[in-house]
Ligand binder design. Structure first.
Ligand SMILES: [Fe+2]
Length: 217
């Protein structure tokens, strides 16, 4: 397995203490959004954003008690992409990716920096791309376990295919991108390297309310 770009829970945050199905704790996502907003406000450099963002995302996915069931629901036929938050200046967004058993993405790119934090289950990420001879192919794979974070970007490697590591259960990862990713024109590739444009959109029409702090004040 290729481990480039992956931070282990031990390296980036406290270890996973998964509690799938526990009471929603929206404070975790709210604190993450507040911290990411400060991070992108203080600088637009990809390296510094990823350096600061990886431990924040690792801390978010270290606990599995905050994602509302609405945004953790699998579709029987294809993976789901639920928008959880979009920065007002579109400097970043937070998305839950939900894979039903055996589901996979097409080979695709992003065009912007991204972080993938594993929340529940597991996923396999295959890196694809063109080599020096212009041949398109697969250049390794990574496996993410809960609490781990992977990075993607045009600088680090931007083309991949992601699959649920399990054939018998749902897996969920939390993605953060340097744009309103659902509105970005990206590309899908076949295994020969032929590509076509796509815009992913989102599965949900409403966002989770992470600002209901009345009972906390
Ligand atoms: Fe991706």
């Amino acid at each position: 397995m290729d481990t480039r770009g992956i931070a282990s829970p031990q390296e980036s945050a406290r270890g996973c203490s998964s509690m799938a199905g526990a009471t929603m704790n929206s404070r975790r996502l709210r604190d993450f959004v507040v911290s990411m907003t400060s991070l992108v406000r203080d600088g637009s450099d990809e390296r510094s954003i990823l350096a600061g963002g990886v431990p924040l995302l690792a801390a978010l996915v270290a606990d599995d008690d905050w994602l509302p069931d609405t945004y953790a629901a699998a579709h029987p036929d294809h993976y789901q992409q639920y928008l959880l938050h979009c920065d007002g200046a579109r400097r970043f967004c937070v998305v839950s990716f939900v894979w039903g058993p055996g589901q996979t993405t097409p080979i695709h790119d992003h065009g912007v920096w991204g972080m993938i934090g594993m929340l529940r289950g597991g996923e396999t990420g295959e890196r694809w791309g063109f080599d020096a001879a212009g041949e398109f192919g697969r250049h390794g794979a990574t496996r993410l376990e809960p609490g781990m974070v992977e990075r993607v970007s045009p600088r680090l490697g931007d083309v991949h295919r992601v699959s649920n590591a399990f054939e018998d259960r749902v897996s969920i990862s939390i993605h953060v991108y340097g744009a309103d990713i659902g509105a970005v024109e990206r590309r899908i590739y076949d295994e020969a390297g032929t590509s076509r444009p796509f815009v992913s959109g989102y599965a949900n029409a409403e966002l989770p309310n992470i600002w209901g702090r009345g009972t906390e004040i």
